[in-house]
Design a protein around this ligand. Structure first.
Ligand code: NAD
Length: 472
């Protein structure tokens, strides 16, 4: 049974819901089903804890965050196994990439707080301006299911480092690792009430949380429609929000590209069964090399190994949930009906059954069609061609999203020219998914509001104050 964590102890609810693993044969886990009462208790606990946590020194907070990171390292194997069972992403990715990153989230923001977060202030002829970062208060953090612990800790670590207290609402499809993190945080010496977790559904827990008048910040990662609801719920209190939302990122391959690298980068877009916000799902390929690139990519797709995400040899695991698989298949079948050609895949993997969906590659897609403009959030790529650099940029910028873009070229000047014109929070040139926590992260247009990472996180999670006083 997964319970809430409120005020430093486990709390049950009158009712539960079932958390189903996407892996066949794993029994469902009952989860406490929170509502307004649990939200009220959690916000109350977080507010009470704020009065002392916000007054701790930077060094004290950094030391607790380091202890949490050590606890994550110690339990990395269990966390990875539980996360894989809960969301179906590859165990090897959780072991080698995600859990080290989770620990790094805490270490990075602890070190940044102590070493980097300062502003020199400035003097005028007669006055001194002193800039400080004051903790904001109770932060509501709401996370999706595709990278549960990585995204939760990307928010929790800076919020706590800044001296705030937190109420986290994990996605209802992946409640487990947040619960384990509470044990780790308590063992690390995080005072009761500083971190609280309320489990449950969006409307039942999320809505009362984001509309609560005692909540001073809302950081949300999820879909655009939910962001609209949260923005409306936050409006009466004018609560500041940070939104990291969906994407439909372009991956642009120029004729001068290293085609082996281009195919490697394209194949990476199927990672996590395509359930990655940043994925470059729109392949834009220069006409003159489209034939050769497509042949290489199809060869690589045919080599992908789909199966149990706990196996070392697996490349693509299951989708998260039957509803999500149906949603993906809806996009694919409508694309076919609209005249798109599936060069690979095009439906569920009937050999494996369950929640496995074939890695799919579409061509003959209309520029304004749904499959080109809407986020599928599954293992589905489209391939379009262009003949000039200008056309590539226009096509790249043609959706309502602006989360990321990938540019593959051996010409450094072209890379600079094209990157400068792309509407995206992150542009990767000849690489993908490289994320340094010092860098700003977020989306443009409907891919988000605000940036987090390094000082950008502290700017969001703090009330930045300027104190002016006369010299002497
Ligand atoms: P979602 O918007 O359905 O849910 C996200 C979270 O919001 C869940 O915890 C859900 O319970 C909660 N929620 C739902 N309704 C709510 C409401 N009315 N008020 C408050 N909270 C509510 O998204 P999802 O399906 O879980 O995740 C997939 C989406 O997340 C995709 O669009 C993906 O691109 C996006 N995403 C973005 C990033 C990024 O960094 N930009 C990272 C990962 C995922």
């Amino acid at each position: 049974m997964i319970e809430h964590w409120i005020g430093g102890r486990r709390v049950a609810s009158k009712t539960t819901f079932a958390d189903h693993s996407p892996i066949d044969g794993v029994p469902p886990t009952p989860v406490a089903r929170g509502g307004p009462a649990e939200v009220e208790a959690a916000v109350h606990a977080a507010k009470a804890a704020f009065s002392s946590w916000s007054k701790t020194s930077r060094e004290e907070r950094a030391s607790v965050l380091h202890a949490i990171a050590d606890g994550v390292d110690k339990r990395a194997n269990v966390l990875a196994e539980v996360e894989t069972s809960d969301n179906g992403a590859l165990l090897r990715s959780h072991l080698r990439g995600v859990m080290p990153r989770v620990a790094h989230n805490f270490r990075f923001f602890a070190d940044w707080l102590v070493g980097e977060l300062h502003h020199p202030g400035f003097d005028t002829r007669t006055y001194t301006n002193h800039v400080s970062w004051d903790p904001a208060g109770v932060c509501a953090l709401i996370t999706p299911w595709n990278a549960p612990l990585m995204l939760a800790t990307w928010k929790i670590a800076p919020a706590l480092a800044a001296g705030n207290t937190v109420v986290l609402k994990p996605a209802e499809w992946t409640p487990m690792t947040a619960s384990l993190l509470c044990d780790i945080a308590a063992e690390a010496g995080l005072p009761d009430g500083v971190l609280n977790v309320v489990q449950g559904y969006g409307e039942e827990v999320g809505t009362p949380l984001v509309s609560h008048p005692e909540v001073r910040r809302i950081s949300f990662t999820g879909s655009v429609p939910t962001a609209r609801l949260i923005a409306a719920a936050a409006a009466p209190n004018l609560t500041p929000t940070s939104f990291e939302l969906g994407g439909k990122s372009p991956l642009i391959v120029f004729a001068d590209a290293d085609l082996t690298l281009a195919a490697d980068l394209a194949i990476e877009q199927y990672d996590n069964a395509g359930q990655v916000c940043l994925a470059g799902t729109r392949l834009l390929v220069e006409e003159s090399i489209a034939g050769e690139f497509t042949a290489r990519l199809l060869h690589r797709i045919a080599m992908l190994n789909q199966g149990d995400p706990r196996e070392e040899s697996t490349d693509i695991g299951p989708q998260i949930h039957p509803d999500h698989l149906d949603r993906i298949d809806g996009f694919v079948q409508r694309a076919k009906a609209a005249g798109a050609t599936a060069l690979a895949g095009g439906g569920p993997n009937t050999d494996l059954g369950g929640l496995y969906y074939q890695p799919t590659l579409f061509t003959n897609v209309a520029p304004d069609s749904e499959i080109v403009t809407e986020e599928v959030f599954g293992p589905v790529l489209t391939l379009q061609t262009f003949s000039t650099e200008e056309q590539a940029v226009t096509m790249a910028n043609s959706t309502r999203f602006g989360l990321a873009a990938v540019v593959v070229t051996t010409d450094p000047q072209r890379a600079q020219r094209v990157s400068g014109q792309l509407v995206a929070g992150t542009v990767w040139v000849n690489c993908f998914f490289v994320r340094d926590l010092r860098a700003p992260f977020g989306g443009s247009r409907q891919s988000g509001i605000g940036r987090e990472g390094g000082n950008w996180s502290f700017d969001f999670y703090c009330d930045v104050k300027n104190t002016v006083s006369p010299h002497g």
